[in-house]
Unconditional design. Sequence first.
Length: 222
Amino acid sequence: MLSENHRDANRLLYTKKAFIFDLDGVLVDTAIFHYQAWKRLANSLGFDFTWQQNEKLKGVSRRQSLDYLLGWGNLQLSDAEKEQLATRKNEWYLALVGGMTHWDLLPGAYRLLSEARNKGIRVALGSASKNARLVLERTGISDCFDAVIDGNAVTRSKPDPEVFIKAADALDVPPGACLVFEDAHAGVAAALAAGMQVVGVGDPAELGEADMVVMGLADLGI
Ligand code: B16
Ligand code: MG
């Protein structure tokens, strides 16, 4: 006997022509690396950075994340100084990403990507990260995507719908036929603003606006 939640999931998954996946927090857990790199930067500037603060940076672009961080540290810097700090943080982050392998995929991620491919569902990435292609390569899933829209392809951050609209365009599928998988509040808002249904991945208290919420992709199957 299927639970109501599983029935909702099946209905959502079976009726869509395309899946658009967020990267960090949905397919891989790079949030820990972002946290370590931002914490190192904050500490080097003389203040601390907590895991709770890191939660607020999920789905937020690198430059906007830096602005939040400097706000928490009460620091006002020039654009040139900010650029230097963002670059430094990214170098530390990349050193951590360099050690990633296929085993760093979150449970159920590879299975759902493979099932989508086997069922003829079009698959895109819709991520705020400018390092998304490197993470896809390191974890061995570059070939799972028909289109990759990342932080280099958009000018406006989530909750703006740009990243998901561009992903649907690249797949040549109308927004209403796309299903988005997102772990960030800003990402869920972006998907809804794009006219798409969305599966929240994570805490229902954070992602209540999503059409349904699961703990992880391992809870889903086609
Ligand atoms: P980068 P997503 C987002 O990825 C992360 O959640 C967020 O913490 C990060 O600041 C942002 O990418 C930019 O990443 O510095 O690598 O360009 O969740 O949209 O896949
Ligand atoms: Mg995310």
